[in-house]
Ligand binder design. Structure first.
Ligand code: ADE
Ligand code: ZN
Length: 450
């Protein structure tokens, strides 16, 4: 019946309104037989009767993504000057796929199945777990409480964050610690409808403290396997090299990890970007590609577009982490667009690390408008104020994303990930179900007493 799945229609019975109904919220639009007419602030009942149907109202995006119970649509009957609060607390009845509890239009981004493609497992270390692990491992912390840790999370740039982030990793010593860290993340991911996660780990941040590579990899790997069993979250582990260290150090790390090759699927490049161009790591990435590992790299977060070119052409990256500075180079944007090279964008991270002054200044809309395969991710959620859904929420609020854009972002996450094609198709189908069958939600509201 409804051709445009990005609209949600609400049906009202207005039988009790015997003259003109005036809606006092100019953001409502009247939809005449599924045709959006115009914004209106006045609406006559006669007009509706002519259509021989109950009138339809289309709620604008701002309402589509909130719970119905929090909405109030007030109609004024001019004749009797009485108000009716149609939506507030009235019983609703939904058809088709449910939008969640009681037919609520809870945030789409929360319910969308999605993939998380840019997440540093060490960046999921919540202050409470940091304290637990510190006491278990008898590691002294320079903070008195988890609250004090959180207060310390004010960053001026990437480096100021990394200094604190590496300090946090000191509590991770044994395989059990890596297991607990990863398991805590997977529980959160499950709550947020993450179906697939591609997770970085920084072995050099641990081996320099004499933590053995098998302890790191086994702990994370076992949790990922358990997460697949328990929550159905598929995953890939990505061994990431620290770019402030040398190419030789990266090569030694890869060689030491290769006996555990079964447990990781890709390599990445992270840490301090400026002054550490991708080409420093040409040899180790060539070696990784020879091993059949997939290649991604952080580039264009703080560094220039040239680093993105290098990541693509010198390292052979098939996906770029961050990449937001790519927009400074139109030829690069065209390359990313035409080859569908995904960018794993992390909005809250970018604001916390002052890549953008505020979320409203983020260039996500520009990236989407350029037709790039952009995904939304959380980077280091314990440090930046939120996991994947909080990232979605932040950009959704800032830019009033359309349902089409939300759907595109989720679709992109499944397009951009490394998974077998049958699972990819199933997840895309699951996503489509929400937006087609569930994309229209006719609701009949009985009028309140007039
Ligand atoms: N390591 C953890 N988070 C990072 C980020 N946002 N950029 C570079 N390296 C990182
Ligand atoms: Zn990152």
């Amino acid at each position: 019946m409804f051709s445009d799945p990005t609209k949600i229609l609400f049906q009202f019975s207005l039988a009790h309104v015997d003259n003109r109904a005036v809606i006092d919220d100019p953001r409502f639009r009247f939809v005449d037989k599924n045709r959006v007419c115009h914004f209106f602030d006045e609406w006559s009942l006669e007009e509706c009767r002519e259509t021989d149907e109950l009138p339809w109202l289309m709620l604008p995006n701002v309402y589509q993504r909130h719970r119905i119970s929090s909405l109030t649509a007030t109609f004024l009957c001019e004749k009797c000057a009485k108000h009716s609060d149609f939506l507030n607390g009235t019983e609703t009845e939904s058809t088709g796929v449910s939008f969640g509890d009681g037919g609520s239009v809870s945030s789409f981004h929360e319910r969308m199945p999605k993939a998380e493609l840019h997440l540093h497992i060490e960046g999921t270390l919540e202050p409470e777990l940091m304290f637990d692990l510190a006491s278990r491992n008898r590691v002294a912390l320079p903070y008195k409480s988890p609250d004090e840790v959180r207060k310390a999370y004010e960053f001026s740039d990437l480096q100021s964050f990394l200094d604190i982030y590496y300090q946090g990793t000191r509590v991770l010593l044994r395989d059990r610690d890596f297991y607990d860290l990863t398991w805590a993340y997977l529980q959160k991911a499950h709550e947020q409808n993450v179906r697939h996660a591609e997770i970085f780990f920084d072995p050099q941040a641990h081996t320099e403290r004499d933590v053995p590579i098998p302890a790191i990899i086994d702990g994370i790997h076992q949790a990922l396997r358990d997460g697949e069993q328990r929550f159905g979250i598929s995953s890939k582990l990505i061994l990431s090299f620290l770019r402030h260290l040398s190419g030789e150090d990266a090569m030694r790390t890869l060689e030491a990890a290769l006996p555990y090759r079964h447990a990781f699927a890709g390599v990445g490049l992270d840490s301090s970007e400026c002054g550490h161009p991708p080409e420093k790591f040409t040899d180790v990435f060539a070696r990784a590609r020879d091993e059949g590992l997939f290649v991604v790299a952080h580039a264009g977060e703080e560094g220039p577009p040239d680093y993105v070119w290098q990541a693509l052409d010198t390292l052979g990256a098939s996906r770029i982490d961050h990449g937001v500075r790519s927009v400074e180079d139109p030829a690069l944007v065209e390359r990313l667009r035409s080859q569908r090279i995904p960018l794993t964008v992390c909005p809250l991270s970018n604001v916390k690390l002052r890549v953008f002054e505020s979320i409203e200044n983020h260039n996500l809309p520009q990236l989407l408008d350029a037709g790039l395969c952009v995904t939304i991710n959380s980077d280091d959620p314990a440090y930046f104020g939120g996991y994947i859904n909080e990232n979605f929420q932040a950009v959704d609020e800032a830019f009033q994303l359309t349902l089409h854009q939300l759907r595109t972002l989720a679709r992109n996450s499944f397009e951009a990930c490394f998974m077998d094609e049958s699972r990819r198709s199933r997840l895309l189908e699951e996503l489509d179900t929400i937006f087609t069958a569930g994309g229209t939600l006719p609701i009949r509201c009985d009028p309140g007493p007039s």
